[in-house]
Design a protein around this ligand. Structure first.
Ligand code: SF4
Length: 330
């Protein structure tokens, strides 16, 4: 049994800040670039590559916790198909200073893992579900079975995961009409539906947040005021409605970069300060035994010192410059 994790004490003022002075307290960590789905708007990795092993991930998590990271989200590829995902979640939850461990998943292996993840300390699970219609779901995921994902969500609810949310990407001409039924389905179960504007990483045509809200209203889902966003939240803005709230992540039309609080590490241990950025800084060589923690801290701080003020998703030909979404977990 590995030694319990020690995060070196965090002297005041040591937290991470980027070049814009934004405090970075949220790590999105991809633990695999393998996935059993091939969603049309995601760019699957050509050849899955070696993931960091658990010891390297423990060292990475410990370093970030010592630098003020309070929230860790495990992503992929599809993180729940990695055999030691529950142990990695427990490692993150055991770290002093980390007060929230979350997972983003396609839900296909959630049913058997919901209870172990809850026991490991996972507080929030976001499940990707773009449509409840089996045909459209299969088309978007290129072969997925929606009932598997529904079973995963219901298992997460019955396991007592405090916050279960659904992430839906709305694609023009594909699933706009599925938004309202999805909201009702979620509200009936106490799940928070969230609509994400498509980012230019691969196929599909985005539908602006305002249009999704208009379509929801046209289909009878009344959202009548902005809702409080959770503390230390990610990029979503929330609106209150009759049956609960709905989240909207409008990266293109409702830019939120000014309040960015996050950075990402790929499954190969590359730090990507901005999702829309074109730089990945290798860290894996600094996660070996005997490498002073200060070297890793130096690389992290210098990457953040180069972080731009925001993405350039709306610039022409930007998709050619973007790094694959796979292995960085969105
Ligand atoms: S695009 Fe970059 S700067 Fe903007 S919110 Fe995302 S990570 Fe932060």
């Amino acid at each position: 049994m590995p030694e319990p994790l020690q995060a070196p004490s965090r002297p005041a003022g040591r937290e991470l800040r980027d070049a814009q002075g934004r405090t970075i307290s949220y790590l999105r960590l991809s633990i695999t670039d393998r996935c059993n789905y091939r969603c049309v708007y995601c760019s699957p990795a050509k050849a899955p590559r070696a993931d960091l092993d658990r010891a390297q991930i423990r060292r990475l998590l410990g370093a970030f916790a010592a630098l003020g990271v309070r929230r860790v989200r495990l992503t992929g590829g599809e993180p729940l198909w990695r055999a030691d995902v529950v142990a990695i979640a427990a490692d993150a939850a055991a770290l002093p200073g980390v007060d929230e461990v979350c997972v983003t998943t396609n839900g296909t292996n959630l049913a058997p893992l919901a209870r172990p993840l809850r026991a490991a300390g996972v507080r929030k699970i976001n499940v990707s579900l773009d449509s409840l219609d089996p045909g459209r779901f299969a088309a978007i995921t290129q072969g997925g079975r929606v009932e598997e994902v529904v079973a995963g969500i219901e298992a997460a609810l019955s396991a007592g995961i405090p916050e279960v949310a659904v992430n839906a990407v709305v694609l023009r001409g594909v699933n706009e009409g599925d938004a309202a039924p999805l909201v009702r389905w979620c509200w009936e179960r106490g799940v928070t539906p969230r609509f994400i504007e498509l980012m230019p990483f691969a196929g599909g045509v985005p539908v602006p947040t305002r249009e999704v809200q208009a379509r929801l209203a046209a289909d009878g889902v009344r959202l009548w005021r902005d809702a409080e966003a959770p503390r230390d939240h990610g990029p979503a803005g929330y609106r209150e409605g009759d049956g609960g709230r709905v989240g909207f992540i409008g990266a293109l039309t409702e830019n939120f970069c000014s309040t960015c609080n996050r950075l990402r590490v790929s499954t190969r241990g590359e730090l990507q300060a901005c999702l829309g950025g074109s730089e990945r800084v290798p860290l894996a060589h600094l996660l070996e035994d005997g490498v002073p923690a200060s070297w890793l801290e130096h690389e992290i701080r210098s990457a953040l010192a180069r972080k731009e003020d925001g993405h350039r998703f709306l610039e022409p030909k930007v998709s050619g410059r973007l790094l694959s979404m796979m292995g960085i977990g969105g």
